[in-house]
Design a protein around this ligand. Structure first.
Ligand code: HEC
Length: 241
């Protein structure tokens, strides 16, 4: 009997060891599975981030722009540009009264063909695009300046530039403006909200599904429970009155 007990104990021990080994191997497999899966949510997050970026119209930013701050931003330009009336050209042309003047229009400056090709006058939209990325606005330009990535910096410096000899009227901010301008405002809001709206819809769907599931449970448990109150009032009548 003792021998058999020992044999049984031995097999049980062996089985435990095998189960432990399996669980370790299984854990490794499941872990590798988790690592593979965890890549997908990160990709999804990147897509959402990319889709949510929306530009605020320059007219809106100009309305709240600060020329004094623009003068500060101009320090980045001063290495290559003067802005005083009759100032000398440096690496770049003098920028006095540039707003409203023809693009590449300062006499005596050797502009690149890229900038000469642009044509038209410097308006707020053009200047905003140019200062966002000179290279994208006029591929091949001689202005080796990366651009101002902060939209408010651009608005501030454009207002400052405008005050130096141009004084063009600022464009109307989109919100109180005419219909096309209002549409522009809506588009931007829609673009910004576009990223959030599907998520919100999903959340609502999820909540609705949950509620359906919960109400289903409640209905099931409520049916037998509904019998109970019919007993309780009777009990109250018996004990209380
Ligand atoms: C590294 C030197 C450099 C810096 C810094 C620089 N620019 Fe320029 N800029 C140039 C050159 C060179 C040109 C002429 C470009 C061409 O011909 O393609 C130019 C042209 C321009 C023009 C067009 C002028 C015209 O007559 O059409 C504007 C406007 C301008 N720059 C504004 C700015 C502003 C604003 C900044 C600062 C935010 C700035 N630049 C910074 C070198 C510079």
């Amino acid at each position: 009997m003792d021998d058999r007990t020992n044999t049984i104990a031995g097999w049980v021990l062996a089985a435990c060891g095998a189960a432990l080994g399996l669980s370790i191997v299984g854990g490794m497999i499941f872990h590798s599975g988790e690592v593979e899966k965890s890549g997908y949510p990160i990709e999804a997050a990147e897509e959402e981030g990319g889709g949510g970026a929306a530009e605020v119209p320059i007219a809106t930013l100009l309305a709240s722009a600060d020329a004094a701050k623009g003068a500060d931003v101009f320090k980045k330009c001063a290495a290559c540009h003067t802005i005083n009336q009759g100032g000398a050209a440096g690496i770049g042309p003098n920028l006095y009264a540039t707003m409203g003047k023809p693009v590449a229009g300062h006499a005596g400056f050797a502009y690149s063909d890229a900038l000469k090709k642009v044509g038209g006058n410097w308006d707020f939209e053009k200047m905003n695009a140019w200062l966002t990325s000179p290279r994208k606005f006029a591929p091949g330009t001689k202005m080796t300046f990366a651009g101002l990535s902060n939209p408010q910096d651009r608005a501030n410096i454009i207002v400052y530039l405008n005050q130096q000899g141009s004084n063009l009227p600022l464009p109307a901010a989109p919100a109180p403006g005419a219909e096309p301008a209002t549409d522009g405002g809506n588009t931007v809001q829609g673009g910004g909200g576009g990223g959030a709206a599907p998520d919100a819809a999903n959340a609502v769907d999820a909540v609705e599904k949950d509620v359906r599931g919960q109400t289903g449970d409640i209905a099931n448990t409520a049916t037998p429970a509904s019998g109970a109150p019919s007993v309780d009032p009777a009990a109250q009548k018996q004990t209380g009155r």
